[in-house]
Design a protein around this ligand. Structure first.
Ligand SMILES: Cc1cc2nc3c(=O)[nH]c(=O)nc-3n(C[C@H](O)[C@H](O)[C@H](O)COP(=O)(O)O)c2cc1C
Length: 236
């Protein structure tokens, strides 16, 4: 048992150090679900909660970060959608609150956004949909990547998590990489760590947590569902 713990600690040491957490597990941002209650619960439990900004205005994000910080003294991040018309203002709100990690989602991040975040003292995490783009994002200065496969909840790309992981993980060693999409068990997390991931990001599972504000009927439908009940909400 002790040997297994030692092995696990070695496998996700880079991810834990990068996030500043006990577990190298991010609670993937879910628009309208990843708010103060779920985010602080995840961080308090040793994971890394992430606020989903979605379409929030800078004023709303300002309140959400402050309310989350009131519920946890552990690290948490903020996920911003790159096509938000007030992206720069949202970044500045995060920096004012000294949010340590900003995740840029929903399209390729521009170099100016990455620079703005890093100049402000925060780490920037980006999504990499292909190996070529992963290399470009590393060159642009991202501090970590998330590889999110088509098994994920939310807006998805066309390639499965396991294929993307094998395409990208062996070839990017400069920065930590977190894997997302269809992960629901500890042994699956372990498999990705053994492939070279720094940690994993889970979404859907946490939408069903007691601390999630999702409606009880929504949670029950998720818990009762089997794999074939999952339907993409938009074509990949
Ligand atoms: C309801 C829902 C909303 C989501 N909203 C976002 C979002 O706003 N930004 C984002 O980067 N990812 C979003 N995601 C993706 C999650 O952050 C996470 O990467 C994904 O859920 C991981 O796959 P899993 O659901 O199979 O665990 C969303 C996922 C769900 C289920």
């Amino acid at each position: 048992m002790i040997a297994a713990h030692k092995k696990l600690n070695a496998l996700w040491a880079q991810g834990r150090t990068f996030l500043g957490t006990e577990y190298a597990l991010l609670g993937g941002a879910m628009t309208w679900v990843s708010e103060r209650n779920l985010v602080s619960a995840l961080s308090n439990a040793g994971g890394f909660g992430v606020i989903a900004c979605g379409a929030m205005t800078p004023d709303l994000l300002d309140i959400e970060i402050a309310e989350t910080a009131a519920l946890t003294n552990k690290p948490f991040g903020v996920n911003l959608i790159t096509m938000h018309p007030q992206l720069d203002d949202l970044i500045d709100v995060c920096l004012r609150h000294a949010v340590g990690h900003i995740i840029l989602a929903g399209g390729l991040p521009g170099q100016p956004s990455i620079k703005r975040i890093r100049d402000g003292g925060a780490k920037v995490i980006c999504f990499a949909p292909t190996l070529a783009l992963a290399k470009r994002i590393v060159r642009q200065g991202a501090d970590a990547l998330v590889i999110e496969g088509a098994e994920a909840g939310g807006h998805i790309g066309p390639v499965s998590t396991s294929i993307l992981a094998q395409e990208i993980l062996p070839f990017i060693k400069e920065i930590p990489i977190f894997i997302a999409g269809g992960i629901g068990r500890g042994d699956t997390v372990l498999a990705y760590l053994e492939l070279g991931a720094a940690g994993c990001q889970l979404g859907t599972l946490f939408a069903c947590a007691n601390e999630s504000i999702a409606h009880d009927k929504f949670k029950k439908a998720f818990i009762r569902a089997s794999a074939r009940d999952a339907v993409p909400s938009a074509p990949a």
